[in-house]
Design a protein around this ligand. Sequence first.
Ligand SMILES: Cc1cc2nc3c(=O)[nH]c(=O)nc-3n(C[C@H](O)[C@H](O)[C@H](O)COP(=O)(O)OP(=O)(O)OC[C@H]3O[C@@H](n4cnc5c(N)ncnc54)[C@H](O)[C@@H]3O)c2cc1C
Length: 110
Amino acid sequence: MYAQATQLTKREQVAPGYYLLEFDCPQIATAAQPGQFVHIRVTGDWDPLLRRPFSIMGTNEAASSFQVLIRTVGRGTQMLAEAQPGAEFDIMGPLGHWGGTVDLSGYSFA
Ligand SMILES: Cc1cc2nc3c(=O)[nH]c(=O)nc-3n(C[C@H](O)[C@H](O)[C@H](O)COP(=O)(O)OP(=O)(O)OC[C@H]3O[C@@H](n4cnc5c(N)ncnc54)[C@H](O)[C@@H]3O)c2cc1C
């Protein structure tokens, strides 16, 4: 688990109220497993105080960055949605337990 200043490298609105954010962080991207999440401080200030949790959606091929998909529902997500590439956030992760792989042998998807 890492906690560090992490740069936002990409921000894309994918639908009304939904934003894909990409953060440059090889440590988290390399360590992340399916089902894990990150805790993001949405401001360097004290308000809002608490970190906001977001599932790790994926990592890039080189495992140097990871993405989250956020839906704006309140102040924290709105602040994240308005951030521009180059902005830095204090991010903690990856967090949560990894469930491991699922044995799908014996199932047919035809
Ligand atoms: C483990 C975990 C993983 C998560 N992963 C994701 C993710 O990948 N993408 C994502 O967009 N969100 C995710 N969430 C939810 C996300 O953390 C919250 O939506 C976020 O913390 C809200 O912060 P805020 O400051 O914008 O809203 P707040 O100011 O905290 O809340 C504002 C208002 O919105 C309401 N509200 C808060 N959250 C939701 C919600 N999810 N749906 C409807 N109303 C809500 C509150 O009740 C309140 O009335 C995850 C939550 C957890 C616990």
